[in-house]
Design a protein around this ligand. Structure first.
Ligand SMILES: C[S@@+](CC[C@H](N)C(=O)[O-])C[C@H]1O[C@@H](n2cnc3c(N)ncnc32)[C@H](O)[C@@H]1O
Length: 270
């Protein structure tokens, strides 16, 4: 497997060879991360090619670690756009079969094919989720998926429909990554997925930009479990940390022990 620095280096040069570059993911002190600026956007020297942001650099790095542990052979990318995640996962998994689909970004798919043209077993097609998934998995991945990134429609209904299909095709040791679960408020359906299939282990990667959801199948070795635990601290821990950081900031002006927030009234509020 290529090292992560070579993967980022090749991404940069492959896009550059086509007159393109990846914008976004800058320091939060330079560009506020609101409105999705922490995500990666493909651009030429004048235009963003698409308003759909690709996976953020921290998410790519996190997915690199998952691929190192999992060594997926069959990869499905739902939502290709201009290929940020497709190219990243292709470079990380050079020998694997990968298929990526997008319904609307026909030019993005063509750009991605050009980026991938010297790699083997990589396919980018026009296709629609969830209705085309079964045919695509059967035709391009031989009916089994080891790693799937979902980053297309971002509704509770489609997230659930995609999982209902994928649960039948995920291999014995496999991972589904749901992009934007926190950022596009897909928590409701994500939390209900375990009622559909409790053979998967569901985790929320709270230490990632969009709040990635994970559905994991099979037993993982302790180091892989510990790696995931690092990125998936629970929401209670996150909220206690958030309060601690607020207190730390305020304590520059007020003694820490004097800071007592107003309580929030319960619902319904009249
Ligand atoms: C956020 S972008 C994907 C970004 C990409 N994963 C990356 O890292 O660069 C979402 C993409 O999903 C596509 N999309 C939306 N609805 C879709 C559908 N029903 N089927 C397939 N693709 C769809 C959009 O055209 C858009 O390009």
């Amino acid at each position: 497997m290529l090292s992560i620095e070579v993967v980022f280096s090749r991404m940069h040069s492959l896009y550059r060879n086509l007159g393109l570059q990846i914008l976004g993911g800058y320091s939060n002190y330079l560009v506020q991360p609101t409105n999705g600026a922490q995500f990666n956007f493909v651009a030429d020297d004048t235009f963003l090619k698409s308003t759909s942001g690709g996976i953020a650099n921290d998410e790519a790095t996190f997915l690199y670690g998952i691929c190192r542990f999992l060594q997926p052979k069959k990869i499905l990318v739902i939502g290709n756009s201009y290929g940020v995640s497709t190219l990243f996962l292709s470079l990380v998994n050079l020998e694997s079969d990968l298929v990526a689909l997008d319904k609307f970004r026909v030019n993005g798919n063509a750009v991605t094919r050009e980026l991938l043209k010297d790699m083997h077993h990589k396919t980018v097609i026009e296709g629609s989720t969830p209705e085309d998934l079964i045919a695509i998995i059967d035709r391009y991945l031989g009916g089994a998926v080891d790693f799937c990134l979902i980053d297309a429609v971002h509704t509770d209904e489609v997230q659930t429909a995609e999982f209902k299909i994928l649960q039948r095709y995920m291999s014995a040791k496999s991972v589904i990554v749901f992009h934007d679960v926190i950022s596009t408020d897909l928590m409701k359906s994500f939390n209900q997925l375990r009622d559909l299939d409790n053979t998967f282990d569901f985790k929320l990667a709270t230490k990632t930009s969009s709040g990635l959801g994970l559905a994991i199948k099979g037993d993982l070795e302790p180091e892989f479990e510990s790696y995931l635990a690092y990125f998936t601290q629970n929401l209670d821990t996150v909220s206690r940390f958030s309060l601690a950081i607020d207190t730390l900031n305020l304590s520059r002006y007020f003694p820490a022990e004097s800071i007592k927030a107003f309580k929030i009234p319960p619902h319904p509020q009249t």
